[in-house]
Write a protein that binds this ligand. Sequence first.
Ligand code: DX5
Ligand code: ZN
Length: 230
Amino acid sequence: MTSESRILIAPSILAADFASLGKQVEEATAAGADLIHVDVMDGKFVPNISFGEVVIDAVRRHTDLPLNIHLMVEEPGDLMPSFLKAASDQVIVHAEACTHLHRTVFQVKEQGAEVGVAINPGTPIAAVEEVLPFLDIVLVMTVNPGFGGQSFIPETVDKMRRLRDLIEEKGYSAQIEVDGGIKADDTARDSVKAGANILVAGTAIFNRDETVSAAMGRMRGCLCGLRPGK
Ligand code: DX5
Ligand code: ZN
């Protein structure tokens, strides 16, 4: 990660209207989204079930943007070949869900996808330190995973800063992604200032109060003039 990394906005389809999912993905793409964030939940690692490959395949047909697949599942290594076949450009696994994290990270890389590791709010940075040189992304969860629409946990900002310092000190290239409770306000701004450059936003982008395009415009607007880590 460098301070020159571009700020990327990744709308999370978990908050989309699933009866019009294709249209919602197209709206986010047209509104200038950089990535589409796709939350896969197994009902074990997190207390919620979302969807799997069938939906990923459907989303793939409605956008050319990279899919940022967030696997909230136990032992994601067992699922890997089929998920990668579903055209996953970036695959993020949870450190807490992998008994053999190093092996799982390399399983993703060997399939040619970019790899990320997520850590929950209660998980220290040390949980990713040994695989950090190999990662494209570290996802700092800013809520406890499992549901959209939760409130941002402010203490995670300090974790982003410490992670950014570690990445810079070691000269690694991992980008910092944040996910949970990110809105077009200080939650997004403070995350970027602390070093995050990939912002996931679910309910801030897909909601009943405004169009996807208006929501994306507000998110971009609130980040105006900021650079990651500055
Ligand atoms: C939560 C998911 C998030 C979720 C974020 O466990 O990982 O990606 O969609 O939703 P908001 O932005 O509404 O907090
Ligand atoms: Zn997510």
